[in-house]
Design a protein around this ligand. Structure first.
Ligand SMILES: Cc1cc2nc3c(=O)[nH]c(=O)nc-3n(C[C@H](O)[C@H](O)[C@H](O)COP(=O)(O)O)c2cc1C
Length: 185
């Protein structure tokens, strides 16, 4: 697929099948992420690739965290939360390194990691996969961060849900860019 087509036809794919893409394919996605621009060449992204039971373990952490926050949560709510990571056969959680030198700027690291996420979404589209960037409250959850070995101050910016689209993927109409642009001459 040429890049212009990929850019115009990528959409979030919320429903995917349970079929797990081959590891080589997942690796291609991560390599695409690793191509993102990043200041000072710090490659601030951390990719946590969850498949199989790892998704269940993440779901358990999410449910435990919900229970901490809302002790009145019903068993149904807890079960629903526990099942969230099972919505796709592959979930790539994307963490961001905290700057360790003065010249490294936090927001620049976040920007670079976000660029890596978009590269992954585009590569997934190119390779015939469906993907969706999700955050919800979970990327800001201290227990979830701890699950990935991230400190509470570190950013977790994405859960990229990846699989094969279940059913037809409909393109969404985009508003024209005009009202977001100011030409300055
Ligand atoms: C930082 C970020 C966080 C997002 N979090 C969620 C989310 O929690 N739940 C969700 O349904 N979609 C989430 N999305 C996906 C957007 O809803 C989606 O990209 C948007 O509707 C545009 O649709 P498109 O991806 O098909 O272009 C997120 C996207 C970004 C960039």
């Amino acid at each position: 697929m040429d890049l212009q087509t990929a850019l115009r036809t990528r959409v979030s794919v919320p429903k995917v099948t349970t079929e797990e893409p081959p590891r080589e394919t997942i690796l291609k996605l991560l390599e695409a992420g690793n191509q993102a621009p990043n200041h000072h060449r710090v490659r601030p992204w951390r990719f946590f690739v969850l498949t199989g039971d790892a998704r269940t373990r993440l779901g358990d952490v999410m449910a435990a965290s919900l229970f901490d926050r809302e002790p009145a949560a019903t068993p149904e709510q807890l079960d629903k939360t526990r099942a969230l990571p099972l919505r796709a056969p592959v979930v790539v959680a994307v963490g961001v390194d905290a700057p360790r030198e003065e010249r490294i700027i936090e927001i620049e690291n976040v920007c670079a990691a976000a660029a890596a996420c978009q590269n992954i979404l585009l590569a997934a589209h190119d390779l015939g996969l469906g993907a969706m960037w999700r955050t919800g409250v979970w990327t800001r959850d201290a227990k979830v961060k701890e699950f990935f070995g991230l400190s509470p101050e570190q950013h977790l910016i994405a859960f990229l849900y990846i699989g094969y689209a279940a059913g037809e993927v409909k393109l969404t109409d985009r508003p024209p860019v005009d009202d977001r642009v100011q030409w300055m001459e």
